[in-house]
Design a protein around this ligand. Sequence first.
Ligand code: UDP
Ligand code: MG
Length: 134
Amino acid sequence: MEKTYVMLKPDCYKRGLIGEIISRIEKKGYQITNIKMLTLNEEILKEHYSHLADKPFFSEIINFMTSGPVVGMIVEGESVIEGIRILMGATKWHDALPGTIRGDFANNTTENLIHGSDSRETAEIEIKRFFGEF
Ligand code: UDP
Ligand code: MG
C-alpha cells in the first residue's frame, strides 16, 4: 500500500467540482484516509512549489493558490501515486487527454484543478507538510 498527497485547488472549489473529483478518486478504488479544507499562506506555498521558484509564472501560481480554499487529502491504495497522476492528466491543459480530470475540466495550465505527489519521496514530504505526520 502506498500513500499520496492530493490537493484540490481553489478553481475546484469555485467551480463546484470538489464532489466530482473526489468521486473519481473513490470510484477508482482509492481510499481517502484524511481530508481537510484549508486556506494556504504564501510561506507554505513557496515551500511546496520551490521546484518552480525560478519560473516566470511562479507569482501567478502563488496568487492563484491563495485565492480561495483548497481541499487537502491523504489517499491510499496500491500504486496510488502513479494512479492519481494518471487520473489527473498532463500538467499542460492542452496535453491532458479527455477522460482525465484536467483533460475533461481544465482550459488553463495554472488553474488545473488538482495536485498529486509525483514520487514516494515527495508524497512523504507533502503529507508531513500539510498533515504534520506521515
Ligand atoms: N504550472 C503553471 N505553468 C506551467 C507549469 C506549471 O502554471 O507551465 C503550475 C500548475 O498549476 C501546475 C503547478 O504549477 O500544476 C506545479 O507544476 P508541476 O510541474 O509540478 O506540475 P504538476 O505536478 O501539478 O502536474
Ligand atoms: Mg508537481
